[in-house]
Ligand binder design. Structure first.
Ligand SMILES: CC(C)(COP(=O)(O)OP(=O)(O)OC[C@H]1O[C@@H](n2cnc3c(N)ncnc32)[C@H](O)[C@@H]1OP(=O)(O)O)[C@@H](O)C(=O)NCCC(=O)NCCS
Length: 317
């Protein structure tokens, strides 16, 4: 089969910052507590003119440009989000129009795992040869579904969007998506949800934490095993940016050192479906992704869902 390779990346975040000091002034918490328990210093908050689709459009446009493509080259758009602009139509419809794409477009719902899920779906379409190029976006305005009085969630979540272009590679080359693992344990749906009729996220933080570490480790191990490699072979680990302690606990158990792990949650908090593509783009822009590197993407979130993808970085010459 044709391999699916990542040929473009981009991200967009709102201008406005929400610092720990500002949260400390609003609810019973402290900068020290937030930093120590989560690793987060500040998040970006959507302004009155920002929407999930406007952030997704900016990230998508950046990824198309980065890949050296035009909107006409895109054969499929998937937007992963749990904070759609409206209940209908799908947010992808607004993004499709704003970007001037002429292709099918739909939203993927797997909450914080959504981007990795969507990437795997897009890669499958490319590998099958049915399409040439897909644009995959993770975009959120979580600040609009966070209870301003709930100190356990207010501190965690932020807004933003990240995007990537997936195109057909060369079947004689091993660059591209190698293996993946997708999972869901719907029995745990109640630990992180917006209950029917409620406006805001409700979360059992400790339980989410415990399960997150477990599923990230198990899913990563399954993905590495399927590719016939070990954690020692991973050059760059790009985990969902939920909490620095979840990231380090998972890295420790997997045996992936901190210096191979991408962490930017100190500046953005948890941006759900946007977190992995934003972290991946920043890692690339910082020169941390090299041709031939093994890159492990890992998402987990409400559902509970989880998703891992192992990519041999680079595009065939
Ligand atoms: C929310 C989270 C930061 C709380 O940290 P924790 O170390 O687990 O803390 P606990 O929930 O055990 O709470 C410890 C105490 O701190 C308090 N606390 C909670 N939030 C606080 C805050 N922002 N400031 C100060 N104290 C806080 C709790 O009320 C509790 O007090 P108690 O012992 O008197 O009951 C942590 O559980 C977490 O990050 N969980 C995962 C959440 C997540 O990633 N969700 C998204 C998944 S995609």
């Amino acid at each position: 089969v044709t391999r699916a390779v990542v040929t473009g990346l981009g991200f967009a975040v709102p201008e406005q910052r929400l610092t720990n000091a500002e949260i400390q002034a609003r609810v019973d918490t402290s900068d020290e507590w937030i930093l120590e328990r989560t690793g987060i210093s500040e998040r970006r908050i959507a302004g009155p003119d920002d929407t999930t689709s406007s952030l997704a459009t900016a990230a998508g446009a950046a990824a198309i440009k980065d890949a050296g493509l035009t909107p006409d080259d895109v054969d499929l758009l998937i937007v992963a989000t749990c904070t759609p602009d409206q209940a209908m139509p799908a947010t992808s419809a607004f993004v499709q129009d704003a970007l001037g794409l002429r292709c099918g477009a739909f939203d993927a719902g797997a909450v914080c795992s959504g981007f990795v899920y969507a990437l795997v779906m897009a890669a499958g379409m490319v590998e099958s040869g049915r399409i040439g190029t897909a644009l995959v976006v993770g975009a959120e305005t979580l600040s609009r579904i966070v209870d301003p009085d709930d100190r356990s969630t207010l501190i965690l979540f932020g807004d933003g969007a990240g995007a990537c272009i997936v195109s057909g590679g060369d079947d004689r080359d091993d660059r591209g998506l190698l293996t993946f693992d997708l999972g869901c344990d719907g029995a745990a749906a109640g630990i992180l949800e917006i209950p029917p009729g409620q406006p805001y996220i409700q979360m059992e933080g400790r339980e989410v934490f415990r399960r997150a570490v477990r599923v990230v480790v198990q899913s990563a191990q399954a993905t590495l095993e399927a590719a016939g490699v070990t954690a020692a072979d991973v050059d760059v680990f790009v985990p969902h940016q939920a909490n620095a302690r979840i990231v380090s606990a998972a890295g420790d158990r997997l045996g992936i050192p901190a210096d191979r792990t991408i962490v930017n949650l100190d500046r953005y908090g948890n941006t759900s479906a946007a977190s992995v593509p934003i972290a991946l783009t920043e890692a690339r822009d910082a020169g941390r992704l090299h041709d031939g590197d093994l890159v492990l993407l890992s998402g987990f979130g409400a559902g509970m869902t989880w998703a891992s993808a192992l990519i041999r970085w680079g595009t065939p010459a």
